[in-house]
Design a protein around this ligand. Sequence first.
Ligand code: F6P
Length: 318
Amino acid sequence: MNKIGVLTSGGDAPGMNAAIRAVVKAANYYHLDVMGIQYGYQGLIDGKIHRLTSSEVEDIADRGGTILKTSRSLEFMEETGRKKALEVLGKFDINSLVVIGGEGSLKGAEKLHELGIKVIGIPGTIDNDLTYTDYSIGFDTTLNTILDCMGKIKDTDFSHDKTTIVEVMGRYCGDLALYSALAGGGEIISTPERKLDFDTICSKLRSRITGGKNDNLVIVTERMYDLQELQRYIEEKLNISVRTTVLGFIQRGGNPSAFDRVLAGEMGVMAVELLMNGQSGQAVGIKENIIIHKELENVNVEMTEKQDKYRLLEKLLH
Ligand code: F6P
């Protein structure tokens, strides 16, 4: 092995650049070149590849997004697309690859592993929905962004005795909502793992209002409700004024937190070390503060309720 390819795929996540930097630095330490593949798997198919120099990555750890750019490639999902990708890897003499991305991207990495490419995956997604790892790169930064936004919404809610429904990202995983609530960012939460119906949300709000708390945040994970319908329902049932804020893409941008940069640095180096040790088909992760790796075939996003955290939350939000 004298060359490693690296790509970022799927939704960007803050900290991906720190991971790219770590891959390049660690590879250079072992006198290996790194080929940067732009636009994820689509760029691989299209041959958008250049050598990444250490000076190109030296100062990128603090930047959000991904300098390699990213995409969600439909072509790569087809066998013909993957065959093309394989040919391009051969043309550039790349037989080892680091893939940074979420579930779909790591599934793609597994396919390349099955086709004989040496591949290591790094979890890069704000959703934190991969069950094999406690944290994915980007989650912590997004959580902090959400808390910052919620603080601002709370100021105006307090001033007007207002209730606001705040929708956060997460795809089908409630971690961003759950951790926001644990960090003191909201009063009532509904996540895919513990979905509240409209009446339960109303009765929780009613008991808070009766207890004298007139400004309240209702945090919900995206894709769960028709928010206008929920807002109307609460307004009519409780006769209060409600607003809705969808945080949207501000959650995915921004400078990565220290936690995400450190995590990305550790995972990037670990990925290169695994390749150096002849390993393939592995996804790097973190469990109980230790950097670990698991077979890519065991990567999934099963909805697992974080029971310990919900149990603690019940004592915080009542
Ligand atoms: O997976 C990251 C994520 O931001 C999800 O939270 C969200 O549901 C999705 O990507 C949005 O995808 P897109 O960028 O394709 O609109």
